[in-house]
Design a protein around this ligand. Structure first.
Ligand SMILES: *Cc1c(COP(=O)(O)O)cnc(C)c1O
Length: 423
């Protein structure tokens, strides 16, 4: 199946007389005829669902779809993008370990790495994604993962996925890529060497701003037996001594992530949440086409506007990431643009307040056009230095272009810019 077809048909394939659409198994638990059978499930000797904290049939159908879309061997569908990144890392690091991350990442991911994980003894070194040599140098003997966003939120910095994969692999560690902004319709990081892909499904996969969620996808390609990952190759005492690499082969990582991390942390997606997200995924390829064409048209319009100093959109010729974009997402640059209004923070605020169609929300990547002023919202916890390092200036506006008629979006921006720059 090609990607458009997978969006509809991967995962759930109804049999004779079964429901056409994804059934919602809204049940915390599942009934068995004998305690022996339940015992086998607990021992991981049999596959099946026990309790919806760990797995659920509806959630599993969508996990299979997302794994198929990304080209992985398995997926865990979590309650949020934040919990996806947390369990993706927590499955392989322990206190004393180290992570090398792109410095241009989502504010929440930055908090998780720089503050929360650090509090638990896992330190992260941040490197600008343009500086591949910097990644190589930052890797230490205790480094357990390299992390970057394929196109960063909100700074729209593209990561050189193959370059990062080569650096990670020559050090025997996995590359984890957040593919939220591109979606598997526009880019499949596993094809370029990523070992683990994470998503906030709250964005384009859902696409309608109705369900928060996240996903971790395992490529099945990383060699966990290289001596660096005792978490994967030594007995798990909380599971009567199971050794994940022996028990699950090339799906060791994603199985460990479920049976240990999700069991203990309890951040699985719900059945109803999976149902809603799946409705979004069914139209993902169509929506991404429209987001891409609208965004490109609006980016070009903004580039020629006298009240705009700078426009960031990877598909604009002359954009710093144009070459990387052509390599990694040739079909389109997704729907998010950022731009700098002439007049800094004050003009940016006035612009925001003058919009009539576009909504001011912290969300991105749904069907309706939305705007955000990162310096005063998502990134307000960060110092000016950190902001600049993440590519954010005080007058920067993030515009998440929806699927409305492009002329309606342009007319709204136009009238708001007129008011903002005249103030
Ligand atoms: C939104 C987002 C997250 C966090 O996801 P939630 O679903 O809000 O928890 C992580 N990474 C990126 C790139 C995001 O855009």
């Amino acid at each position: 199946m090609r990607i458009e077809t997978k969006c509809l048909h991967a995962g759930y394939r109804p049999g004779n007389s079964e429901p056409l659409t994804l059934p919602v198994y809204q049940s915390t638990t599942f009934k068995y005829d004998s305690s022996d059978e339940v015992g086998d499930l607990f021992d991981l000797e049999k596959e099946g669902h026990l309790y919806s904290r760990i797995s659920n049939p509806t959630v599993e159908f969508v996990e299979k779809k997302i794994a198929a879309l990304e080209g992985g061997v398995g997926c865990v569908f979590t309650s949020s993008g934040q919990s996806a990144l947390f369990v993706a890392l927590a499955a392989i690091v322990r206190a004393g370990d180290h992570i090398v991350s792109s410095g241009a990442i989502y504010g929440g991911s930055m908090n998780l790495l720089a503050v929360t994980l650090k509090r638990y003894g896992v330190e992260t070194t941040f490197v600008h994604p343009d500086d591949l040599e910097g990644f190589r140098k930052a890797i230490r003997p205790d480094t357990k993962a390299v992390f970057a966003e394929v196109l960063s939120n909100p700074s729209l910095v593209a990561a050189d996925i193959s370059g990062l994969a080569d650096i990670a692999h020559s050090n025997g560690i996995p590359l984890i890529i957040d593919n939220t902004f591109m979606t598997p319709v526009l880019c499949r990081p596993i094809e370029f060497g990523a070992d683990i892909v994470v998503h906030s499904t709250s964005k384009y996969l859902d696409g309608h701003a109705v369900q928060v969620g996240g996903a971790v996808i395992d490529s099945g390609k990383f060699d966990w037996c290289n001596g660096k990952f005792p978490e994967m190759t030594q007995a798990d005492t909380s599971y009567h001594g199971v050794i994940y690499t022996e028990k699950f082969g090339n799906a060791a990582y994603i199985n460990k992530l479920r049976v240990q991390m999700i069991r203990d942390i309890g951040c699985l997606q719900t059945a109803t949440g999976a149902f809603l997200t799946n409705l979004g995924i069914e139209t993902l390829s169509l929506r991404m086409e429209k987001h891409c064409s609208n965004a490109l048209q609006i980016a070009k319009y903004l580039s020629g506007h006298p009240s705009v100093i700078k426009v960031n959109y990877p598909m604009l010729e002359g954009n710093k990431y144009f070459e990387l974009a052509k390599k990694y997402f040739p079909a389109g640059g997704s729907g998010v643009i950022s731009f700098e209004v002439r007049g800094g923070r004050t003009a940016a605020a006035k612009f925001m307040d003058s919009l009539e169609l576009a909504n001011i929300v912290t969300h991105v990547a749904d069907v309706r056009t939305a705007v955000l002023h990162p310096a005063s919202t998502t990134h307000r916890q960060q110092s000016d230095e950190d902001l600049i390092a993440a590519g954010i200036t005080p007058g920067l506006i993030r515009l998440s272009v929806g699927i409305e008629h492009p002329e309606d979006i342009i007319e709204d921006i136009d009238q708001a810019l007129l008011k903002a720059v005249n103030c």
